[in-house]
Every structure is written in structure tokens, then in C-alpha cells.
Design a protein around this ligand. Sequence first.
Ligand code: DX5
Ligand code: ZN
Length: 237
Amino acid sequence: MPSNPKKATGAGRRIKIFPSILNSDLGDLRSVIRALDSCHADGVHLDVMDGNFVPNITFGPGTIAAIRGASSLHFEAHLMISNPEKYVAQFAQAGADSIIVHYEASQRLHELASKVKSLGKGFGIALNPQTEVDAIKPYLSSIDTLLIMSVNPGFGGQKFMPGSIDKIKAARMLLDNSSASTTLAVDGGINQHTCPDAIAGGANELIIGSAIFGNGGVSKNLKEFMGICTSATSADA
Ligand code: DX5
Ligand code: ZN
């Protein structure tokens, strides 16, 4: 059966925007989440860091539990932690709707996938910039989200790394040639300039931090990105 040409380029697919709260007002997260909800974000990207897998520490399941009641938005927990298998149940319990672990952080990804799915949550794998896309091949049938890091994980406000677009295209090709209907997410350095290329490369989920929580205000910034996404996909349709 010829593969759907639109599918090949990622065209005609709705682009989801998941703001990352890492650089938001961490002192008033419930208001941040409520604001994202009222601005119709597609979900919230929660960057969990342990100071071991990455050189930064953020928050854990307790914080997620504390903000869960602020909105019914999809909570996507990005675990930049070592030994994620020890903690996924706590993040599920805390209210994460999907849990993304790093390929580089675990030797037991198949086991992790079934554990997260048995908890009724979405499962994703993130690839660091240095990890080839082909590394994900053995897990294609178990993941709901493939997350391509376009910065080295650990901090918001970094520059989109050159070479990320080729990697996004390779990932899109891999997903389109498999039967999986996996979301292709891109995380790090997404702004008004890098966003169109990431979409053209085949991303269908954009994780955006400082370009949403930076100057201009959340509502205005989010609206601007929604406009970019709409024109990028209708142009291809
Ligand atoms: C970095 C995190 C990203 C980051 C995105 O380790 O995984 O989610 O917060 O922030 P910006 O959009 O500012 O790069
Ligand atoms: Zn992230």
C-alpha cells in the first residue's frame, strides 16, 4: 500500500504545542498551569531533573501532585533522571499522563514501557543530541512519543543545535516507514525562527519553554506559535 505522501513529510498533521514550565514562575506554578489551560495549550511539559543524569535539579512527583488539580491539561513528564524504572510509578501516581524517559538512562526500556503502560500512561523515549535515531528501532512498537532533544538536556534558554533538523527528518522517515502512529516531539531551543524548520522536518509536537515564558507574555507568545503551526501545516496541505 503506498504510504500516505502527506504522512511522509509530516504535512497535514496537527502540530501540538506543549509549553515547558522550566523557565516559568516556579513560585506560582498553579497559576502558570491555569494560564496555559486558558490559552488552550495542548499540554504541559514537566522537566524533571535529578542532578545526576543532567547537571541540574528541578522537581519531583510531589510538585506534580501539587499542581495536578490546577487543570485537566495533559501532563507530560520528561524524566531527565538516572534509573527511571525506580520512579515511574510515583510519577504516574502523582498525575503524569505520559512519561518520557531517556534512552541513555536505562538498560531496561522494554520493561519500562510495559510498566508505564500497565499504569495506564503514555510512554515515550527521548534521544540526546549525540544518540543516533536508529537506536530507537527496537522500541518503535512500544512508544507513544519519540522525543528528539535539540539541545543538551539540563537547562532552558539554550540554542537549537545545528544538525537537529536532519535528525528530525530521519526520525520522521523512520516513523512513517513503520506502522506506528507515534508522536514526533522536539525539545529545546524552539522559537519563532526554528519552529518552521522543525515542523517542515516532520515534528508534530513542539516543546517550547523560554520562547513562551520569555518577554511578550504567555498568551501572546502561544497565540503566535499557534499561528505559525497553522500556516506551516495548511501551506503543505
Ligand atoms: C531541557 C528541557 C527542555 C527545555 C526547553 O533539558 O528538556 O524542555 O526546558 O526550554 P527552551 O524552549 O527554553 O529550550
Ligand atoms: Zn524537556
